[in-house]
Design a binder for this molecule. Structure first.
Ligand SMILES: [Cu+2]
Length: 126
């Protein structure tokens, strides 16, 4: 079937609109907005847990955190779980007391729209 001029223009307009919509969905990715202990902060005593607050809801099963210690060693931590009352929040229980030094949190999440994001930040324990 041959498209007439009007149909092809309408098609092009809707493709353009689709492009704009998919570009704007980039903004729906889950970005880390806030965390406890805060990035670049110094805390004392050792925290009981890490909490990470994202800009979008996340999928708990596909989201996680690793913690590295002052000598880049892996620190044993509890399983990251999504807050039952706030799907934008990931909670990571700490199973051992952190000695003083600089710690690096590496996080990866899948947001409810299925997109993956990851990042890292540091905090120190006095
Ligand atoms: Cu997204």
């Amino acid at each position: 079937m041959k498209m007439n001029f009007t149909t092809s223009r309408a098609l092009r307009a809707s493709l353009l609109l689709l492009g704009v919509l998919s570009a704007s969905s980039v903004w729906a990715h889950a970005h880390l907005e806030q965390q406890t202990p805060a990035a670049n902060s110094e805390v004392s005593p050792s925290p009981q847990s890490l909490t990470l607050n994202f800009s979008e809801g996340i999928e708990g099963h596909f989201s996680g955190v690793t913690l590295k210690g002052p000598n880049q060693q892996n620190i044993a931590i509890g399983k990251a779980v999504r807050n039952e009352n706030d799907k934008k929040q990931l909670i990571v229980p700490l199973t051992e007391s952190l000695t003083s030094g600089l710690y690096t949190v590496e996080w990866h999440v899948v947001s409810v729209d299925g997109h993956k994001t990851k990042g890292q930040y540091q905090f120190s324990v006095k």
